[in-house]
Every structure is written in C-alpha cells, then in structure tokens.
Design a protein around this ligand. Structure first.
Ligand SMILES: NC(=O)c1ccc[n+]([C@@H]2O[C@H](COP(=O)([O-])OP(=O)(O)OC[C@H]3O[C@@H](n4cnc5c(N)ncnc54)[C@H](OP(=O)(O)O)[C@@H]3O)[C@@H](O)[C@H]2O)c1
Length: 306
C-alpha cells in the first residue's frame, strides 16, 4: 500500500503528514483525518503539486517555445506575464486574450532584454501586476549564425546580453523576492548546443554553455532558500524563430523541415508543447534542483555511424 511505504504502519498518513512534511501541514484539509488513507494521500499530493494561483514570468513568450510554456502554465491555473519584443506585441496580445478567454489570467509586457534597466523593470512589473513571482522562465534567446572567423565582437556581445546576461539580471531581481518567500522555481531554457554546438553557432553555443553552468551554480547557492533552479536543453524544435532562420536567413525555403526530418529518429521535430511539459515538471514542487534535462531524441554527442 502506498501510504505504508511512506510511514510506519502504527501511524496514520495524517500523523505522518502533519509531523514530518514541513510546510505541507498548513495545506491539510480539516476533514483530512477522517478520509481513507488513499484519499489523504491524493489530497496532500494534489495540493502540494498544484500550480493554481502561482505567478510565472516567461521571457520571449509572444511566440515559439515561450508561448507554448505560457499557454501550458495558464492551462494549469498559473497567472502568467507574457513577454516579448515590441515588434511582436500583436502576437503577445493574442496569447493574453486567448488565456483570458479560457478563464486564465495574463498580462503582456514588452521590451528589450539586452537592456539591464528593462530586465529589472520586467520583474518589478510582474510584482506590481500579481503581487508575487513563483516561477521565472528564462526562455528568450537569439541564435544568429556565426563561426570563429565571421562572428564580430558586437554580435558576440549581443548574443551574450540576451542569452546569458539577461537571465542573470532577471534571476537577481527574482531571487530578492523569492528569498523572502523561501520558495521559487527558476527554469532556464538552454540548448543541446551547450555541450559543443555547431561550428556556425560559436557565440550561441558558448552562451548556452554559460547558462548551463550558471543554472547549476545558482541551484547550489539557492537551495538554502528553497529556490530551485533547473535547465532544459531542447534539441531541434519547430518554432517561428527557427523557421525564419532556416527558410529566410539561411535561404533554404520550406524544404529545410524535410531535410531535418530525415535525421529525426521519432519522425517529427520537437514542438513547443513538448518543452512546455518539461517546464511544468520543474515548475511543480518536485524536489529537483540543479538538473539539466537534454530534451532531445537521441543522446547528445551521439556519433554519426557510417
Ligand atoms: N527552436 C529550437 O530549435 C531551439 C533549440 C534549442 C534551444 N532553443 C532555445 O529556446 C528559446 C526559444 O527559442 P524559439 O525557437 O522559441 O525562438 P523564437 O521563436 O525566435 O522566440 C524567441 C522569443 O524571444 C524573444 N526575444 C528575442 N530577443 C529578445 C530580446 N532582446 N528581448 C526580448 N525578447 C527577445 C523573441 O521576440 P521576437 O520574436 O520579437 O524576436 C521571441 O518572443 C531560445 O532561448 C532558444 O535559444 C530553441
């Protein structure tokens, strides 16, 4: 029996929960001790893991992976700040309207994460709107191409400002608040390029490698405040940004997807909803911090066989 594996048989699950599950005791329903054990367990677990009423800030969520995460969070009762550059405000407004139409709560804030002041203001606006911040998802990222010879210092700096410096500044602001609450979840969206990366993504790969180390460093220093920090390294995901990069900027037209599919063992590219499910896992109160999840269809670093 599930309850028996959690507590010695001489004690009820209610006793176990109240005495040993720390903060959970506050959430135990009044009629708890009269419930059958299996229902007691369900009540505790669902209360503990429920995301209803929590507040998330998801950067770069007007489209792509970020929009998928914002939508999934809203479906689970999370109040969401949708963010993106002003040029995609229309998409952001549509997403906010869709969330509200579905009975959820969302606000849109636009601005450039390459600007320190805006990063700090973004967290402040989230707190003004919703009064708390439980989940910070550092998703926004740019992936302009460039190898060791043709990457300018300006491009390197721009990529690092958005992909690594902004998550640092946002985390700094978020942690001030989360530390007081002794609770919080920071989820960083990296890339499988973090390990080595493509030749023509030298600055991008380095920025995502930095983000991976930053995540684990933060996880270590913030566990004392019960703030969890985890990172998802997506593989190839079909998004608006990736489609534009491959078909327009790389000049491949629409055939690029067909070529990619030949290399995908499960016959499709990843979708934002796949990454969103992983983000939901880390957003819930699972006791996982410092994890790096490679969300890819094969082990990263797999050698191509002849
Ligand atoms: N797609 C993939 O295959 C893949 C694989 C691995 C990792 N990733 C990572 O996943 C994340 C999302 O990628 P995606 O494919 O969903 O990209 P996307 O479709 O281009 O979406 C990126 C979002 O970030 C925003 N953004 C970019 N630069 C910004 C800035 N300076 N200030 C504020 N917002 C900014 C974008 O706004 P605009 O649309 O206005 O530019 C957009 O809302 C990125 O960190 C990326 O590196 C993607």
């Amino acid at each position: 029996m599930l309850g028996a594996s959690l507590a010695p048989p001489t004690r009820s699950l209610a006793e176990f929960t109240l005495s040993e599950a720390n903060g959970l005791s506050m959430t135990v329903p009044r009629h708890f001790s009269t419930m059958p054990e299996k229902d007691q367990l369900r009540a505790v677990v669902s209360k503990h893991r429920s995301l209803t009423g929590r507040v998330a800030l998801v950067t770069g969520s007007t489209r792509g992976i970020g929009a998928g995460i914002a939508r999934a969070f809203a479906e689970h009762g999370v109040r969401v700040v949708v963010h993106g550059l002003p040029r995609h405000a229309a998409e952001g407004k549509r997403l906010v309207a869709a969330i509200r139409a579905g009975g959820g709560e969302a606000r849109l804030v636009t601005g450039d994460l390459a600007r320190e002041a805006f990063c700090r203001r973004l967290v402040a606006r989230t707190l003004e709107y919703f009064g708390r911040l439980d989940i910070l998802v550092n998703n926004a990222g740019i992936f302009p191409r460039g190898d060791i010879l043709n990457t300018s210092v300006e491009l390197w700096d721009r990529i690092f400002a958005v992909n690594l410096r902004a998550p640092f500044i946002l985390a700094q602001e978020a942690v001030k608040h989360m530390k007081r609450r002794r609770s919080g979840s920071i989820i960083n969206i990296g890339s499988v390029n973090a390990y080595i990366g493509l030749r023509r993504l030298v600055a991008y790969a380095a920025s995502k490698g930095g983000l991976m180390t930053f995540s684990r460093n933060l996880a270590n220093s913030l566990s004392r405040y019960r703030i969890r920090v985890n990172l998802i390294n997506p593989g190839w995901v079909f998004t608006e940004g990736e489609d534009h990069m491959e078909s327009v900027e790389e000049g491949q037209g629409k055939k690029w997807v067909k070529e990619v599919l030949k290399t995908r063992p499960f016959g499709r590219m990843l979708a934002p909803a796949d990454i969103a499910r992983a983000a939901l896992f880390f957003a819930r109160n699972e006791l996982v911090s410092g994890a790096v999840l490679d969300y890819e269809q094969m082990p990263v670093g797999t050698l191509r066989e002849p």
